[in-house]
Structure formats: C-alpha cells, structure tokens
Design a protein around this ligand. Sequence first.
Ligand code: TRP
Length: 333
Amino acid sequence: MRNHAPFGGASTSNPTATGAPATKDRKLSPAEKLVLDLSNVDLRANALHELSRKRELFQDLAPLLWYSFGTIAALLQFVDAKSFYLQEIVSIYPVLSPPKLTLAQSNRVCDAIALLQCVASHPDTRMLFLKAHIPLYLYLFLNTTNKSRPFENLRLISLGVIGALVKVEDTEIISFLLSTEIIPLCLRTMEMGGELSKTVEFIKFNLFSNCAVATFIVQKILLDDVGLDYICTTAERFFAVGQVLANMVAEIAEQPSSRLLKRIIRCYLRLSDNPRACEALRSCLPDMLRDATFSACLRVSTCGRSRHEEVAATVASQCRGESGANALGRCWI
Ligand code: TRP
C-alpha cells in the first residue's frame, strides 16, 4: 500500500523528509543517507565525520539519530569501546610517557560525542537521552586529567554535552546530574584552569575553554534551587566550590578574562542567596572581589559602572561584616 504525504506526495525535493513515508521512489536525504552509512563498518568513519561536521545544517538530525534503527547503540558502542580503551590508558597512565591516545583516535570519539550533543540539545530527544542515562558514558572522559590535546578535546566536547543539557534550566536535568556527581568532575576541570599561568601558550586556549564550560555548568546548577541547596547542604561541599572559585579569581588577576570573571561573580552572587553560604562568604569571598582589582576587567564597553561591577559590589556588601574562621564553621552547625 502506498502512503501519501499530505502535501504533494512523497517528495524528493524535501531535503529533511524525516517524517515522510519511506517509499521506494523517495530519495534519501543527505542526512538519512549518512545515518544509514553509520551501520556500515566501511562507511562509518566517514559518515560519522560528515554528520558531525554538518550537524548544524541538518534540520532535525537529533530525532533522526534517536529513532533510526541501531544508530544510538552504534554511537555508544563506539564511545564505549573507546572509553574502555581510554580506561586502560588511564590505569597505566603513570608509566606511559607520552600517553597513547592519538589525536586521530580522539577526533573520532569527539565526532561521535558531537552527535550525542546534537541529541542532548534537541527538545524532542533531550529527556529521552537523559532517561537512557547516556551522559554517564561521558563521565569517564571527564575524569581524565591528561593535558594533551587529544584528552583536552575529549573533555571539552563531553562538557559541551552537559552544557547543552543545563542550558534549558530544567530541575529534572539538574537533579540527574547532581545524583550522578557531576559537581566534583566540573570542579576538577575548573581547578585545571587554575594552572593556566603555568601553562605553555598552545594548550592555554584548550584549558581555558574547558574551564569556562565547567564554570558555566556549575553556574547553571547553582541557579536552580535544587542545585543551590545541594551545594550548600554541607560545609565540605560549599567550601570545595568556594575554594575552586577563589583560586580561579586569583588566576584571573594574572590572566584577565572578563567573561570567566562574570561567571564566577554570578556563582558567588547566587551562593549568597543561601543564608549559610552568605554568612560563610563574609570571610571567604576573595578580597580581590571587594577591592578595585578587577574594575578595569569588569568595565567592558560601558560607561561608568557596569552591571557586573554592581553585582560584584552587591556580593561584597552582602558578605561584608563579621569575618574570621570562627564565623565559617558556625554557619553549618
Ligand atoms: N559525594 C560527594 C558529596 O556528596 C561529592 C562531592 C565531592 C561534592 N566534592 C563535592 C559535591 C563538592 C558538591 C561539591 O559531597
């Protein structure tokens, strides 16, 4: 039986006819063709690369990836097989010099993860992606600490998937990420950014990008009430976050970045919405945020006081007053 599309039948002119009937005479769209190629071992690498390169151009690629037969399984197999390989590398890492993940291997996994990011970003597939616990496949990559480009790229694209998830500000997403302990992973990446000034120029950009995305994720989590509560539940959690933020502030004083500084200030501002955290910030908010250290860095393209300068001043004034270590412990008793 022939199934007719409502407008003009099975069309060959519609390049993204994902919902159209699969009749014999309908030509596959370029995206459909490439997705089909993913299941062919010989064509897979090229298809993976082409799809990830053009993912912004293919409309509704995410549902196509998600609902086409075996595609996600193939991508995960790919990611998982590599992650197993990676795990092996990491476990023998101390005796490996240099670490063995090549740029070519890393690029292939990054292509697969870029397609997962596409699925994570699309409103129709985002929650399905989450419910299938697919982000967990990426945590292993986030757990690596090697600073070579193949590893940095892998972390950046993995963070990008998490970043795409938190962008939509959905409590269910935040709760999932918290329950799977994304915060310590983000803090680790942010800490690596703290070594920027000791880093040679060519890897600085990578480190910085990773650090910026990890900070963005923490910021988005803090903006959610569940996230703020989670971080302020124990003194250990609060101080772990506070310490990393403070180290980054010190780092930015040497390597100015107004974009990153603004993110950090927003994190502090949000922390100050929690009474105990606000109390603790009175003594652990970096002095550099109270004085004029960053006035130049914050005053970008606006005359007079910029909005962020106001924000910095607000955090500082909210957190002013009692200081000293004894104030800290008391907030969590
Ligand atoms: N299991 C740890 C906890 O719940 C996870 C953790 C480690 C953590 N470091 C953190 C959570 C920093 C928040 C902030 O505390």
